[in-house]
Design a binder for this molecule. Structure first.
Ligand SMILES: Cc1ncc(COP(=O)(O)O)c(C=O)c1O
Length: 424
């Protein structure tokens, strides 16, 4: 038994041995244990249960994950690729000596104007323009689509999530066509949406009939289409896209790799189709993956809501300046596209000659290969990593026996081929 004096409080908590927490509000009128003003005295009796034990149980009930939304507690962690500095440290090599062919980056990097612009940033201490006006004007000129249809994001990845946040209520459905870019599924899980899947055909083309059936039966709100598709590089033809646009569903067409296909972007189609969004990025052709700039073309009826929901400063000053600078040198971007397209043809032929690889035709800056002749795809990726060559392998069941190789510089192709020879 003891006495506790309490000052300056309107309520206090009593932890009882049965783990209930009782809150006592101090009455307005004086009681027998109140001394008036803001001083009260409480008589407390010692519990027979050790205090430590009681606290542990209370703490247990209040561990951090109790605060997390239930659907997020079910989420499996995003499987990101190993940063190349980590691999280089593990192998005891310089980062620039790692042959990085696992994330479809552009090994030539951005045009020199980007480095100049970054080196002479005048106002890094001022928040960026929330409407990225300079960049949107430059994009309008580049694409031929008015800037009111264009919104810029921290990578196309941010826009995928933003679209879902604006369109989906918890429990709504999206339609995914795997094998494809896995961020659609990931973001759907974060946004508490269900993912319906219509698998691609063996040649990776879309199963349009089945898509129409699932749309009519299950009423998903968004379908994500990728052209060229990651990981195989196949494209969607106009006929298939138009059939899907006829359906009562919002179509998000991801054109992250369109520049490598030699085909025109469908950005301007958003003026004719009120259910179409087209996404693009500076990460691939412009070599700005590390600066995070993507953009989308939207119908006016949709874009106004994205403006309302986006983070005001989602595109940094450095990102906007770099993207504008990259657009100032279309000759460089064209040159990079041509060099990488030529290297893609050479790499394809060389991979075809590897006895345990079957490469798929591609319209992008990467080549998907089936790993044959009893070789294990995961082990192949690990063996190459040990030699300082990074390629992509997948854990999902559709692509377990496949690897994806990004198109690099000719010397990177040569290094890859030398390592594959050692593994033959
Ligand atoms: C199909 C596809 N869309 C979008 C992205 C992401 O683009 P960003 O770097 O602009 O977020 C990628 C990146 O690999 C991709 O493969």
């Amino acid at each position: 038994m003891g006495v506790i004096d309490i000052y300056n409080t309107s309520s206090f908590f009593l932890i009882k041995p049965n783990n209930n927490i009782n809150q006592f509000v101090i009455p307005q009128r004086p009681t027998c244990c109140s001394f008036g003003g803001n001083h009260i005295r409480v008589i407390a009796m010692n519990s027979t249960i050790p205090v430590l034990h009681e606290l542990n149980e209370v703490q247990q009930r209040l561990t951090g994950d109790a605060f997390i939304r239930p659907h997020l507690r079910q989420l499996s962690p995003y499987q990101s690729i190993l940063p190349f500095e980590v691999l280089s440290a593990r192998l005891g090599r310089k980062p620039e000596d790692i042959i990085k062919l696992d994330a479809n980056e552009n090994p030539y990097g951005p045009p020199p104007e980007v480095f100049e612009a970054l080196g002479s940033l005048k106002f890094p201490y001022i928040y960026p323009d929330p409407e990225s006006r300079r960049l949107r004007a430059a994009l309008a000129e580049d694409s031929g689509l008015e800037s009111d249809h264009i919104l810029v994001g921290c990578g196309a990845d941010e826009l995928i999530d933003l679209i879902m946040r604006c369109v989906l209520d918890p429990g709504d459905k999206i339609l995914d066509c795997p094998p494809t870019f896995t961020m659609y599924e990931f973001d759907a899980a974060v946004n508490n949406a269900l993912v319906l899947k219509v698998l691609r055909k063996p040649d990776f083309s879309l199963n349009v009939e089945q898509i129409a059936e699932v749309v009519s039966l299950e009423k998903p709100k968004i379908i994500f289409l990728t052209s060229p598709n990651n990981p195989d590089g196949s494209i969607i033809n106009d006929g298939d896209l138009l059939k899907i646009l006829e359906l009562p569903i919002l179509v998000v067409l991801d054109e992250a790799y369109i520049e490598f296909s030699g085909l025109e972007s469908r950005m301007k189609w958003v003026k004719k189709h009120d259910n179409l969004i087209v996404l693009r990025t500076f990460s691939k052709i412009a070599g700005l993956a590390g600066l995070r700039v993507g953009y989308g073309a939207f119908p006016l009826s949709i874009i106004q809501y994205l403006w309302r929901a986006k983070q005001p400063y989602n595109v940094s000053v450095a990102a906007e300046v770099s993207a504008c600078a990259a657009l100032q040198n279309p000759t460089y971007l064209e040159m990079v596209k041509n060099v990488l397209s030529q290297e893609r043809e050479r790499l394809f032929k060389l991979l075809k000659d590897v006895p345990f690889l079957e490469p798929y035709p591609t319209f992008s800056n990467f080549i998907l290969c089936e790993v044959t002749s009893g070789k294990d795809a995961k082990k192949l990726k690990e063996d190459l990593a040990q030699m300082g060559v990074m390629i992509r392998h997948y854990n999902n069941k559709e692509l377990k026996g496949f690897v994806r190789v990004s198109v690099g510089k000719p010397e990177q192709t040569d290094a890859l081929m030398a390592c594959l020879k050692r593994l033959s």
